[in-house]
Design a protein around this ligand. Structure first.
Ligand SMILES: [Fe+2]
Length: 188
């Protein structure tokens, strides 16, 4: 399963809290920024309570992504191809309509590991783009668990900035690589 949309109680309240708490960074047009999980207790208490009730492993990272109008993130996997970040819980905040996350099939040999991420962080890009095939796509219009260890891209063909929060959880060799290993998905 590449993605799983969730029905989250009080989601519009969560969105409102996140919009209010991210105004400054949005105005500065940062491409991404990190916020400590503990800070969400005051930034978005509704989200904080919801996640804390359901999470099965600790929150490792909370990263906001701002994709400018008519921009994209090229096909990549999170982390490097030999040590990938498996999944994220993506919370759409604004400018999501008509934007897409797209997943692709990619031969295992077709990666370029390097410092291609924001701030030259290690990440893994597709070497030859002609070898990938689209396998699925989604508009992340509600909180959605997404696989980030399968090649994926983000496209924003609209005139608006797209703002989304991605919550990452602890994982190890034994657990934390599937949605239901990091989160209680019952009735969502
Ligand atoms: Fe990614």
């Amino acid at each position: 399963m590449l993605y799983r949309k969730l029905t989250v109680p009080y989601f519009s309240k969560i969105q409102e809290e996140l919009i209010n708490s991210t105004k400054l960074n949005t105005l500065e047009f940062k491409r991404y920024w990190d916020t400590a999980w503990q800070d969400f207790e005051s930034l978005s208490p509704t989200l904080y309570k919801f996640i804390n009730l359901r999470k099965k492993t600790a929150v490792r990272l909370c990263r906001f992504y701002l994709t400018p109008p008519h921009d994209l993130l090229p096909p990549h996997v999170d982390g490097v191809s030999t040590n990938r970040s498996p999944l994220g819980l993506n919370i759409p905040i604004s400018g999501i309509e008509n934007t897409k996350m797209i997943w692709y099939d990619n031969p295992e040999y077709n990666f370029n590991d390097g410092n291609y991420g924001f701030n030259n962080m290690p990440s893994s890009r597709v070497a030859d783009i002609t070898l990938i095939n689209k396998i699925n796509e989604a508009v992340i219009d509600v909180p959605t668990f997404v696989r980030t260890d399968v090649v994926h891209a983000v496209v924003n063909p609209t005139d608006d900035y797209r703002l989304l929060l991605s919550i990452r959880f602890n994982f190890n060799e034994k657990t934390g690589k599937n949605f239901d290993e990091v989160f209680d998905l019952a009735d969502l």
